[in-house]
Each structure stands twice: as C-alpha cells, then as structure tokens.
Design a protein around this ligand. Structure first.
Ligand code: SF4
Ligand code: SF4
Length: 242
C-alpha cells in the first residue's frame, strides 16, 4: 500500500486501521513502511481517507511481494487452495475431509497475529526444524507448503524469506506414537522464533469421551484448551463410501 503524498492532508485517520503499525507521520503527512506493510488492504477497504490518498502499490501482485497480499488480505484467494486469508481448509476439518486416519494426529501451528505478524523466514525455521526430525508430512493443500522448495527438508523458496505476513498456518500430520518427540521439537522451536504462535492438536475422542493426548500434553508442560469444531451441512462421503 502507498500514500499519494500530493493528496494526503495528514489527518491521521488511516493510522489506527493498520494492524501492522506501518503507517506513520513523516513531514506532516502519512507514509507507509513497505517493510512493515502486510498488504492486507484494510486501510483502503475501510474507505477512511477523506481525499482518496491511499492506493495499492503497483507491485502488490508481483511475486514475491504478492505473498504478503495472499496471506493477509481475506478478499484474495491463494492459487494453491483457491481459498482466502491463511488459505487452508485446515487439519481441523478432519472429520469431513479425512486428512488423517486413526492412530494419527493433525498439528497446526498458527504463526503470527495482527500487530505482530511473521516474517516468512520464521516459518522456514519451523518447517525445517520439524522436517529435520522427520515431521515432514506437510498438508499439501496449504499455501505454506506451496512456498516450499523441498517438502522433505521444509526449505522454503529463498525469494520469499524476506516477506512479512499477518499470519500463516503450518500444518502436518504425525503418528500418535510420535507426539512426545514432536512436542519436544515444538518447545525448542518456540524459543528460537521471533514471533508468536499457537499450536492446534487435532484428534478424536476415545470411547468414554476421553482425550488421550491431553495427558501427554500435560506431561510435556503444554497447557491445553479442548475445543470442538462443528461443521454443519458441509459433510461429504469418505473415499471408501463414495
Ligand atoms: S495494507 Fe494493511 S498493513 Fe499495509 S498499510 Fe494498509 S492496513 Fe497497514
Ligand atoms: S487518511 Fe488519507 S489524508 Fe488522512 S493521513 Fe491517511 S492518507 Fe493522509
């Protein structure tokens, strides 16, 4: 995003709309830091500027700058998934999508938040650390996987590493027996990356409505907030039933 300097009257109305804190005054008018801007489009969509001084930068859809736009602007779709925002159905939808089977678990690492965001290089630290320990069954229909040069090593394309996005989700599956080791890797990663993330652990209830993995989480010092996701009306037949 950019400000047309000749139009801006320096009213400052756009600044609170920016979740990246990218809009600041410079010599009495607003200026947008191209490094901080997520290209989320919120300032423009809010139609807050009284003189129409906000404008999308010409290179916003050029790769690699476009990565910012596709991950941060909910009105654009990722080409990998044809979905907006963080761009994935998410492993959370396993009950209807069958992404992983009994004896397996889905993991989602939701990296970055408004105001904090994340550099793509932080995502690479995560994907490479996971892959190094053998956790490289990354979700195919996920735009972070779409940025990978090599899904075996978790290496992302060099060109995108300097880009910055509002938030992104790293998704993968593991065997239930690997949970302890995977939690150790995630605990180590959490000390090494320069942003915030939350972890989703997706599983089914046991008979007796017990969540077996909860005990393992507690033993590994992970606090948990059990949550159920209910999808109404979007069910479809499993492959075997079709
Ligand atoms: S596009 Fe988003 S991140 Fe960039 S200046 Fe506007 S509100 Fe801030
Ligand atoms: S709202 Fe428009 S005129 Fe006011 S500071 Fe922002 S860009 Fe300038």
């Amino acid at each position: 995003m950019k400000v047309i300097a000749s139009k801006c009257v320096g009213c400052g109305r756009c600044q609170p709309y920016c979740s990246a804190r990218a809009i600041n005054f410079h010599e009495g008018i607003s200026k947008i830091s191209q490094d901080l801007c997520f290209e989320c489009g919120t300032c423009l969509r809010s139609e807050i500027c009284p003189v129409d001084a906000l404008k999308e930068a010409d290179d916003v859809f050029d790769f690699p700058r476009s990565v910012r736009k596709f991950f941060s602007d909910p009105t654009t779709n990722h080409k990998e998934t044809n979905m907006p925002g963080r761009g994935t159905e998410e492993v959370k939808t396993n009950d209807v999508t069958n992404r992983f089977r009994k004896g397996e678990l889905g993991i989602g690492l939701e990296v970055g938040r408004p105001t904090v965001g994340t550099k793509i290089s932080e995502l690479e630290k995560i994907t490479m650390a996971l892959a190094k320990e053998g956790f490289n069954t990354f979700e195919e229909k996920n735009p972070v996987s779409g940025l990978m040069e090599d899904t075996k090593t978790g290496k992302l394309k060099d060109k995108v590493l300097g880009e910055r996005v509002l938030s992104a989700i790293v998704e993968f599956t593991i065997k239930e027996s690997e949970l302890k080791k995977c939690l150790e890797v995630i605990a180590t990663i959490s000390k090494e990356i320069d942003t915030v993330f939350t972890m989703d652990l997706i599983t089914n209830y046991d008979e007796g409505m017990k969540i077996r993995v909860k005990e393992e989480l507690e033993k590994s010092n992970f606090s948990s907030r059990p949550n159920a996701k209910i999808n109404i009306g979007i069910g479809r037949l499993n492959d075997e039933e079709a």
